[in-house]
Write a protein that binds this ligand. Sequence first.
Ligand code: ATP
Ligand code: MG
Ligand code: MG
Ligand code: MG
Length: 565
Amino acid sequence: MKASRFFISTLKEAPAEAALPSHKLMLRAGLVKALASGLYTWMPMGLRVLRKVEHIVREEMNRAGAVELLMPFVQPAELWQESGRWDFYGKELLRLHDRHEREFCLSPTCEETITDIVRKEINSYKQLPINFYHINTKFRDEVRPRFGVMRAREFVMKDAYSFHADYESLVRDGYQPMYDAYCRIFDRLGLDYRPVAADTGSIGGTGSHEFQVIAESGEDVIAYSDASDYAANVELAQTLPLSGSRAAPAAALEKVSTPDVKTIVQLVEFLNVPIATTMKSIVVEGENGELVLLLLRGDHEFNDIKAEKLAGVKSPLTMAAPEAVRAAFGADGGSLGPVGFAGKVYADYALEKGADWVIGANENHCHYTGFNFGRDAAEPEFVDLRNVVAGDPSPCGAGSLKLARGIEVGHVFQLRDKYSAALNAVFLDNNGKSQIMEMGCYGIGITRIVAAAIEQNHDERGIVWTETMAPFTAVIVPMNYKKSEAVRQAADELYAQLTAAGVDVLLDDRDERAGVLLNDSELLGIPHRIVIGDRGLKEGVVEYTVRKTGETCSVKLDEVAALFA
Ligand code: ATP
Ligand code: MG
Ligand code: MG
Ligand code: MG
């Protein structure tokens, strides 16, 4: 590609609204342009990166046996009503109607659509297992779109859906191969990531893992053991259903709204104390060793709670007496309705134990605490959190609990029969008996990956792309392309030679000062740079620089191509 026939629009300074390095750099490098809140145009340079990510994802999906199709972005309300998600999904689902007043939504994900296809197309065990995927635009009306394409409203996702005759097949032919494919994808993209056990959020289902790119700026907090494979999103680390009689009923768990980890992080940052996550709740140890228990409600708006409001407050909970909890969480295991009451019990317990602070919200869905009561609300289990802070084992029983921040780039779910039962996706087994299909779903945030990769790979001069994601593998920077005949000839020849050899090379023939070209090549993060100038050419050499390390050396002009062989 010649820059004069391409479109490069770099900025010296990032617009003020950008806070994260990736957001700043994506705007400065001209990869994306904001249109409105959470809506971005992928400019030519950014689109090349996006296509490279897509290409790797597509290759690995195909390799794992998934079959590509393409489903609509606009979906009829009826399907969403059938699954129950029309009501459950809330405001993230953007609804609209057509000229006949029929209701539709913009697809935030496609479980309903694919299940509708499968129930019509597949009726025999002989057609199973099957895994369909597509790479398409999604829309979620996020409460707080931010960090550029990291949390956008319109974004590109790869979503795959597998269907199976039984649970063994779901794990063996669907979940595991997808999990492995995800590892290959993130390896190939050169990301530092970690698969973690995860909550299933509004998609629902049972077993689930997220793929988290490790980054300081990540919105998620993951808890992991330093001595085993245990790793979980704290959303889950503290909401793991307890075993046996204390387990929360599965149906009740599905009704729980997604908790807001950012709130925890904010509060913990405000308190400036070490944080410990346990299966019980989020608890921190105060400056003087006092227990601080954070009771959180699952509502995103809770974010706005202000530090002043919390200072010196003993218990902001004004809920009914603990007896009400015991009554509500009777022998049948209780319901989720009154979990706020359970929060009150928990708060009282913490105070009794000497907590100086109890921070909470008195809303109905205080589900962090609700889980812990289950049947035996009378005897809340309470872990001595000081031990956890001191580095006690995490749920796996090995090593000590560590925390890291991550960016969720992928998520795999065992949905089981959540959608296939609701939409009646059945097949005839080999005895001719009608059975409900087992289902899995698997998402990757294609656009988010680009931002996450920059979060991990940048320096003060700009982006540092890995080879597999770079918009161009190499850039030729001619000094004085317009004026020097020798430089122009050498640059053109090298460009032709590298292009013929299949190298994705950019010839930066723009009529700009040398400083601008050199700075742009660094800002754009192109892995290999070849600078051609009159002085070097006299010796038959050019200057070769590796973006990542900054290493520079002279290379004979006729040996440059061999560097890319
Ligand atoms: P998050 O917790 O960040 O809101 P999610 O759990 O709601 O994400 P999933 O429903 O698991 O997202 O969707 C699959 C993938 O889509 C996510 O792992 C993420 O990479 C991507 N994704 C989700 N929401 C957004 C968004 N608003 N902008 C960009 N990518 C997104
Ligand atoms: Mg979300
Ligand atoms: Mg999530
Ligand atoms: Mg998710």
